[in-house]
Design a protein around this ligand. Structure first.
Ligand SMILES: *Cc1c(COP(=O)(O)O)cnc(C)c1O
Length: 495
């Protein structure tokens, strides 16, 4: 049975997977959700004999049901190739009693590559399938990692343009350098004077702007999204959870059917939602452990049932998680509201209006798969140091947040099920915070000195993505106020 997608905010006509990918966001401002979660149709044993590409096909074919086998396999082959520095694509590293699923071996050394290396191919295929002749303009807000991964994926892709807005003072030096050195005549990178939520809210507003949509259509353009609000981002993220389970089974580390826990350092709630979908496909997953940094709005939500963004926005050493409005939570809210678009719409309107909403006791009872907690900045730094000292394994700040929260979970519950921690970025991307955590003395060094020190200390070669930006010229230096985002877009597209 084919899977169709409909909006979380209205009962408008469902669309196919390829249409949902093309649109990105529904016209009513809602997110596209699958009308049901398909069950895995391969046994875990069969999956354990597959490589990453084969696994990805087995998962994605169940969601993207209007893509042909040939189309999907071609997208997969082009995405998961030598852009990754390992054939395994997503290796597991055992350290300190957990399995770190390294999702940072792609072109921009963060987990966003897992989905953004395939999204451009899915989108172009989707455009062909739907005879869309408009040029696609990818409009993206980034907390640091999506921006570069999307730029790398869409640069010089015919029939597309890409515009990235990032918080000028809210990303790491490596993240910023990666973005502003991006080549490609179809790319625009803009630093905004605001935080990630401002960027994301601004982008969502542009999507909903009918006047702008009309101007775009007249010039032969249409917007789409590379953020995890696009279902084409979410579906490829399900694959690595299935792959990780299958790898543990292949290596004899778990029994067939044994439940594992998954820990995810969370910002926009996309990565952990993918794990939840994997569980609902029948993957034996016990708890979904949602780890936050000091922007702990999700921890408070799981604890109290109230989502409240009215609080100070904290700039942390894990900037890709500095988010107070976790967009993808809406997909979960819709579901626990009994797939009720009206109810979900009311809650989202409350979030826009008052900055908060409260879910019912009935809805809360549907959240038992989840456990939420958070890590302070001190705990995060201490965890990097501990894991390095005890195991010689160096993790980045985001992964460290997850690692701290996993420790808290174990202490609270004594649940000793095998656990996979999503390792979402290479430590090289956050070298200063990582090295400072290991020893304060490193703070005196320059960013690239630190990168070299990190390389010798971890025994890991400096990734190509970092080598490239050492000498790359800056090609983008635009900045704008939040209120100027629309005009910036207009100007770039000559509207
Ligand atoms: C984006 C990102 C996250 C958060 O992922 P979400 O899907 O937004 O929850 C965590 N860590 C890193 C390194 C990221 O780039």
């Amino acid at each position: 049975m084919g899977v169709l997608y409909h909006s979380t905010r209205s009962k408008s006509e469902p669309v196919t997977a390829s249409q949902a990918i093309l649109k990105g966001l529904s016209e009513d401002g809602g997110l596209f959700v699958p009308d049901h979660i398909p069950a895995l149709d391969r046994s875990l044993r069969e999956l354990s004999e597959m490589d990453y590409r084969q696994t990805a096909y087995e998962v994605m074919k169940l969601f993207l049901t209007d893509f042909t086998e040939e189309e999907l396999k071609s997208c997969i082959e082009r995405a998961y190739d030598s852009k990754f520095d390992t054939d395994v694509i997503a290796p597991l590293a055992e350290a300190g009693g957990a399995y770190y699923l390294e999702l940072f071996h792609g072109a921009t050394i963060a987990f966003k590559d897992m989905a953004l290396s395939i999204l451009p191919h899915l989108m172009i295929t989707a455009a062909k399938k739907n005879q869309a002749d408009n040029e696609i303009v990818i409009l993206t807000a980034t907390s640091g990692d999506t921006g570069k991964a999307a730029l790398a994926g869409f640069a010089d892709v015919e029939g597309t343009k890409i515009i990235v807005f990032y918080p000028k003072d809210g990303v790491s030096p490596v993240q910023e350098k990666q973005m502003v050195t991006q080549k490609g005549a179809n790319t625009l990178v803009v630093g905004i004077h605001g935080n990630f939520d401002d960027a994301q809210t601004g982008v969502k507003k542009l999507f909903a702007d009918r006047e702008l949509a009309a101007e775009l259509a007249e010039k032969g353009y249409q917007f789409s999204s590379a953020n995890s609000i696009n279902i084409g981002r979410l579906v490829p993220q399900i694959c690595y959870y299935v792959y990780a389970y299958a790898a543990l089974l292949r290596e004899g580390r778990i029994q067939d059917g044994e439940q594992i826990n998954v820990v995810v350092p969370t910002g926009n709630f996309g990565n952990i939602l993918a794990a939840f979908y994997a569980k609902n496909m029948g993957l034996p997953v016990g708890k979904l452990i949602c780890a936050s940094n000091e922007n702990k709005v999700l921890y408070d939500f799981f604890r109290t049932g109230t989502y409240d963004r009215n609080r100070e926005f904290v700039l942390t050493a894990s900037p890709s998680m500095d988010i107070l409005i976790s967009s993808n939570l809406e997909r979960l809210i819709y579901r626990i509201a009994g797939n009720d678009a009206d109810r979900n719409g009311e809650l989202m309107a409350a979030l826009t209006g008052n900055g908060k909403y409260e879910i019912s006791a009935q809805m809360r009872s549907e959240l038992e798969d989840f456990y939420g907690n958070y890590a302070s900045e001190e705990e995060t730094a201490a965890e990097i140091e501990r894991l390095y000292r005890e195991c010689g394994y160096v993790i980045d700040t985001h992964t460290a947040v997850a690692s701290v929260v996993y420790g808290k979970y174990r202490q609270e519950t004594e649940d000793d099920a095998k656990t996979v921690i999503a390792s979402t970025a290479s430590p090289f991307k956050f070298a200063r915070s990582v090295m400072k955590a290991i020893d304060e003395k490193y703070d005196a060094k320059t960013d690239f000195e630190l990168i070299d020190e990190l390389s010798s200390l971890a025994g890991v070669k400096v990734p190509k993505a970092v080598e490239e930006i050492r000498t790359a010229p800056v090609l983008h230096n635009r900045q704008c106020q939040v209120g100027e985002m629309k005009d910036t877009v207009r100007e770039f597209l000559n509207l």
